[in-house]
Design a protein around this ligand. Structure first.
Ligand SMILES: [Zn+2]
Length: 240
């Protein structure tokens, strides 16, 4: 017991990955997000299209209210949604509700409001389901040497170390499926119709070069579309 406490104490002192908490993951996400937003601002790209930005915020607002209700921990977070014109980062949500949505991606898929709600709800669910923390914990399980290394290095490695990324790909697929499923349910609870939400996955499949194949850490688009249709039908049958 004492040895365990001492190890914990040392890990906390050194910021070792082994002692990782949600608070630390959120602090790390905040730092990375801030850097990226500052870069975008310096390039005059941050929220640069007011009409697109307002559309995203308008659709996100009731979804965030639903998320804060359903996942009470997230009510205390400083949620942030920014938009960028480019397509490199389609859409993402980091720990603590730090989101970025690309206009190029939304326009390329010609998303309706319901389909955009599905995309946003999917991203919101990555945050409320603590997917960053779960990913770091999985990294330490599949590659235990990371337990003894600083968290800041692990944070970098999950996006850049190809050997580690390969080991994490199965979890990545499960997290995408979970964000699809819980996102669709969240948006449905917020008042959207299931089939209209599910159409997002049809557009995703149509725009894909290989709809039946798994891309890196993502389920096959055709599978996502099939799963979304089944879930939407089940929700509609259950009624609001
Ligand atoms: Zn995702």
């Amino acid at each position: 017991m004492l040895r365990h406490l001492l190890a914990m104490f040392l890990a906390l002192q050194c910021g070792l990955a082994a002692a990782l908490t949600q608070a630390e993951v959120m602090a790390g996400a905040e730092r990375l997000y801030r850097e990226r937003m500052q870069e975008l601002a310096a390039q005059h790209q941050l929220d640069a299209d007011p009409a697109f930005h307002e559309r995203v915020l308008r659709i996100a607002k009731p979804l965030l209210a639903q998320a804060m209700h359903d996942y009470p921990e997230s009510a205390a977070w400083a949620w942030e949604i920014h938009t960028a014109p480019g397509g490199d980062e389609n859409a993402y949500a980091m720990a603590g509700g730090k989101m970025l949505i690309s206009r190029a991606y939304v326009h390329k898929l010609s998303l309706s409001d319901a389909e955009l709600a599905m995309l946003l709800a999917h991203e919101i669910c990555h945050s409320v389901l603590r997917h960053n923390l779960v990913e770091y914990q999985e990294a330490m399980r599949v590659a235990p040497e990371w337990r003894e290394r600083p968290f800041a290095e692990l944070e970098e490695a999950v996006d850049n170390d190809s050997a580690l990324m390969r080991k994490l790909a199965p979890l990545g697929i499960r997290q995408e499926q979970e964000a699809d499923r819980e996102g669709l349910k969240l948006a449905w609870r917020a008042g959207w119709q299931g089939p209209a939400l599910a159409r997002y996955f049809h557009k995703l499949m149509r725009s894909s070069h290989a709809p039946n194949f798994e891309q890196f850490a993502h389920p096959a688009p055709s599978q996502r579309w099939k799963a979304a249709q089944e879930l939407a039908a089940a929700l509609e049958a259950a009624g609001h």
